[in-house]
Design a binder for this molecule. Structure first.
Ligand SMILES: [Mg+2]
Length: 209
């Protein structure tokens, strides 16, 4: 019997929009670094590749990584400033989405399992008004990054969990490996795979769970 529903955050609960690059731009401006638009775009692109080389987020390693890859000299405080600035990157939830989360949280324990820093993710959920539906928010600065199976150790009874995510590699496949159920959220027409179910939007969960 399912008791816990684990959600990925980005592109599952909320899309990560291209315009959120403003967070990097704002910090670069606050620090008076005077980087060009192109350089800021490069930082944004490189930022997403950290996960390929490291097993966890750590401020100093993350800062060093950006400096090395982009050939720049960001001070360590850049990381905390960015994490704060990114708390403004959230969207409003529709009434029917809220209804769905209310329904699910009345029936199951809801958890967020994200790879990005816990502080930012919690604040984004809080600002979007939906933090209250989750009993736990776990980020990649507290544990190993998905797709490591260790990331899923935030729950004990894996067989009583269902994982909802947009990434086959990070969310769905490791969850299945651990004996969890899994639901892929995608707007594309992905080939059907009998090992997991597919939905297009959060509201679709109401009929499934
Ligand atoms: Mg995601």
């Amino acid at each position: 019997m399912i008791k816990t529903v684990i959600f990925d955050l980005d592109f599952t609960l909320m899309d990560w929009e291209d315009e959120y690059i403003f967070a990097i731009t704002n910090v670069i401006n606050k620090l008076n670094l005077g980087y060009s638009k192109e350089k800021i775009k490069e930082i944004d692109d490189v930022l997403a590749t950290y996960e390929k080389e490291y097993t966890m987020y750590e401020n100093d390693k993350f800062c060093e990584f950006l400096n090395k890859k982009c050939n720049i000299n960001l001070p360590l405080e850049f990381v905390d400033m960015l994490l704060e600035e990114q708390t403004k990157c959230y969207r409003k939830f529709t009434e029917s989405e809220i209804e769905t989360l209310e329904y699910l949280s009345s029936k199951y324990e809801l958890i967020v399992l994200s790879n990005w820093f816990t502080y930012t993710q919690k604040k984004r959920l809080e600002n979007a008004g939906i933090l209250k539906y989750f009993t736990k928010v776990s980020g990649g600065d507290e544990r190993e990054l998905k797709p490591s199976l260790k990331a899923f150790d935030i729950v004990d009874k894996k067989k009583e969990c269902v994982m909802i995510g947009d990434s086959l590699n990070n969310d769905i496949l490791p969850a299945l490996k651990l004996g969890m159920q899994a639901i892929l959220i995608t707007k594309k027409n992905v080939k059907r795979d009998l090992r997991y179910r597919q939905i297009r939007k959060i509201e679709d969960l109401k009929e499934m769970l």
